[in-house]
Write a new protein. Structure first.
Length: 445
């Protein structure tokens, strides 16, 4: 939360002359739950107040429901006295849960378990603009302030706006001992999540050639911790393991204007709602690449020609160059969220084939996919969406071909591991020995 200083009236020379350039009387003064310190001409040019917990809030209001949680207010001591407010929503939510008697297990600044998740979500949803404003109103009346009561009556006061909002979704894993391997697999499967096509879907924003942003996926390794970041203008999404046992998806909005939302504090619910939608889309993409094994009946069905109800279409045989390019293009995880059409999918397939791929060929392949039940068309549109079976078939074909068969067929040469190459050489020599003993020679030319 931040700082916008905005007087209610137009500042002319006369009204500005009424404001002090710097308060001449800064004093060291203790207040409940915190301390404010300062001296005239202090180089730090700021005053902070930190709220710790117990104590008396405004009349008729308990401190836990009104202010509880970590936070600070920072005021610059020079004109025009901008101020910054920071509040930790996770800490606030833990205070709310404790006050309400809701039992939970703490996960750093979040929650690992809770006896009533629905009730906890209701408590979290109470963090509203009114509570932020109440936090500010409560403390600004108790700490040294450069603006006097006369200044405020004349229309000079602060108007709160949003500078940085972080909205997180934390998924606690059932088997934490496998968390690191699971997360590294997610990173490998979503290394392209920061590209323009994916960012367009995640943020529900149109990305054009002149869009001022850097599109990339950044993977950070800090000690034993791995984190993946992607950026859209001033906003970003972070994916990382929390305490080694929970996957956290965190959307950081540094400029609500990037999402066509005003910066005023009153628009906080809209920012939170949009950030939650972004987190949900990210989670959908992550789920797409998991559990792609298919049963034998489904594999037999799609690898055979379709003949039913007077309609007939070709098979989708594993290993066929065109089929592998088709399913490879379908593996782009944004299709699971946004769908695709003839034009968008044709460009991807043509890129994988490396040859001319016409619109008629794409139309035929779309019909094959639709009749086999791998895609479905939105009513009254030319947009298609992968079905659950379509996602599994596309990923199964692609992963088996690219990550299993291709490395195994090239296992006798680098970059295959040396022990594997040595083992294959032993097998090859042994087979040659058996052939020699059987007196089997190559046919004469």
């Amino acid at each position: 939360m931040d700082d916008t200083y905005g007087p209610a009236a137009t500042k002319d020379a006369r009204s500005l002359s009424r404001l002090p350039y710097q308060h001449s009387r800064w004093t060291t003064r203790h207040i409940s739950h915190g301390i404010v310190t300062g001296e005239p001409g202090d180089r730090k040019r700021s005053r902070r107040v930190r709220e710790g917990g117990a104590g008396k809030g405004p009349k008729g209001t308990s401190p836990a429901s009104y202010l509880g949680g970590l936070g600070f207010i920072k005021i610059c001591s020079y004109f025009p006295y901008p101020l910054k407010i920071w509040l930790n929503g996770h800490s606030w939510a833990q205070r709310q849960a404790s006050t309400a008697g809701l039992r939970y297990t703490q996960l750093a600044n979040g929650f690992a378990t809770c006896e009533d998740p629905a009730r906890l979500q209701t408590l979290c949803d109470r963090l509203s603009p009114a509570r932020f404003q109440a936090f500010f109103n409560y403390w600004i009346a108790r700490m040294p302030c450069p603006l006097t009561r006369t200044d405020r009556l004349a229309g000079y006061w602060w108007q709160l706006s949003m500078r940085q909002i972080e909205v997180a979704r934390t998924i606690v894993l059932d088997a934490p001992r496998h968390a690191r391997a699971f997360f590294e697999a997610l990173v490998a499967d979503n290394i392209g999540i920061g590209r323009p096509a994916a960012v367009t879907v995640l943020f529900a924003r149109r990305v054009q050639r002149n869009t001022q942003s850097t599109f990339r996926t950044r993977v950070f390794t800090q000690g034993t911790q791995v984190r993946i970041d992607l950026v859209y203008k001033h906003c970003r999404i972070k994916l990382y393991l929390k305490e080694g046992c929970a996957l956290r998806i965190e959307t950081v909005v540094n400029d609500p204007g990037d999402l066509d939302i005003l910066k005023g504090l009153a628009h906080l619910p809209q920012v939170v709602r949009t950030a939650r939608q972004i987190n949900a889309r990210v989670l959908t993409m992550l789920r797409v690449g998991q559990s792609c094994a298919i049963e034998t009946a489904l594999l037999e069905r799609v690898s055979q020609p379709y003949v039913r109800d007077g309609q007939r279409t070709g098979a989708l045989r594993f290993g066929d160059v065109r089929v592998m390019a088709l399913v490879g293009a379908l593996c782009l995880t944004v299709h699971a969220v946004a769908g695709f059409n003839n034009r968008s999918l044709r460009a991807l397939v043509a890129g994988l084939l490396g040859t001319t791929y016409t619109s008629a060929q794409m139309t035929y392949d779309l019909r094959r996919l639709r009749l086999h039940g791998l895609i479905a068309r939105f009513p009254a549109s030319n947009t298609y969406l992968l079905t659950p079976e379509g996602i599994r078939v596309a990923l199964f074909y692609t992963k088996v071909h690219d990550r299993l068969l291709t490395p195994l067929l090239a296992a006798d040469r680098p970059p295959a591991p040396l022990p594997l190459r040595r083992a294959l050489r032993v097998i090859d020599d042994t087979v040659d020995t058996y052939i020699d003993r059987a007196l089997i020679r190559p046919a004469a030319a």
